[in-house]
Design a binder for this molecule. Sequence first.
Ligand code: UD1
Length: 439
Amino acid sequence: MSKIVVKGGQRLLGDIKVSGAKNSALKIMAAAILTDKPVILRNVPDIADVRIMINVLRELGVEVETVGGGDIHITSTKTLKSKAPYHLVNQMRASVIALGPLLARLGEAQFAMPGGCNIGSRKIDLHIRGLELMGAEINVRHGYIEAKADRLRGADIHLAFPSVGATENLMMAAVLAKGKTWIRNAAKEPEIVDLAKCLIEMGAKVSGAGTETISIDGVTELHGVDYTVMPDRIETGTYMVAGAITDGEIFLKGACSDHLKIVVSKLRQIGIEINCYPDGIEVKSNGKILSTNVSTLPYAGFPTDLQAPFMALLSLAKGTSVITENVFESRFVYVNELRSLGGKIDIESHHAIVHGSRSLVGAKVKAPDLRGGAALIIAGLASEGSTEISDVFHIDRGYDSIVEKLSFLGADIHRTKSETNLQFINFNQAPRANISTAQ
Ligand code: UD1
């Protein structure tokens, strides 16, 4: 198994390009099921979750061609299958996002029921209830969700919580439904807006995405599209924190500061200089990190996906910070690993009390999940000595070329062994040309 080894103490300096957003690309790939015309997607990140989604689509009979440079061509012909097998859905919960589009297109869908994961039980009751309101008959049998509807019909759906996945699944189901659908208390994340923009370019009638009420007038068919995925705000935030913790001076090309207003303001509050430009974000740190309190919330609140990277940063702050996790039930699983690096953190229910230390010390740790794994890399960048991180497949799920990008910025980081089983498809133009790929 491959590991990532980071030797702390290097300032990060220079420019890197932010990749396309994982949480947008996966959904837009699923949206391609809604039409039998060709869909061209650009700026798709080269990450394991995208490769799993490609496999899910292919298993459903969809033609997917990876062209290189972040481009994917998808054609969902008439031979589409309705059943997504357990072994694939089980690899990535987010694949359940194809349920709505498949049901809308074929009138039936069978999806393995996704289980919980390290960050909580992650139910999909809101997805199911919404589809039922649109006239679908849904049964859960032998670990599969079986959904049927001759043609979905518009409905007035009020989500009990602004779930990102439920909003997206229902929005995609509604674009081909008969009549008008309202999704109230909808999630407002920028990825929802990106998906809606793509659907509109495909001929869907969607309005209100990015607000708490989305309305959709169903149409009978959609056409193909050539669409560029938005930049990844969570990857951006992760590198902003990496720049901050290493007293760095970095520029994140293509990053969109509008999507990260609260993150920018938190970083400024703790003493990091952030300059926002139309073509990216500059981060400058003088090594002084002040403490603060962070409370995760649905957008436009502080993103839960950046809670772990911030915990790594605040572990080195002057003073005590309180981090409150409000979105997922057990998103502190990585804290024990951070403690192994010297982080002084107490957990009380969904609050973490982070006592800032003067230093962290490298150790052998295990990535417990995607963002917790990224936090360990960040902590390793600022630790004395070497940090060896195992189970890095979690990190590869969502970060395109993370080792290469950080090395390019001057970090002392490498993989112990290349992940031959991942079959990288060489999507993005991450700065591969002038980097020394360590081992
Ligand atoms: C998406 C993102 C994830 C991010 C999260 C919140 C993707 C692939 N993943 O996950 O990175 O952390 O949004 O911004 O886009 N819930 C229910 N019932 C449901 C659905 C959700 O109770 O039917 C609960 C979940 O258990 C969780 C909360 O709602 O506690 C938020 O989940 P949701 O917004 O749906 O997150 P995901 O779409 O799974």
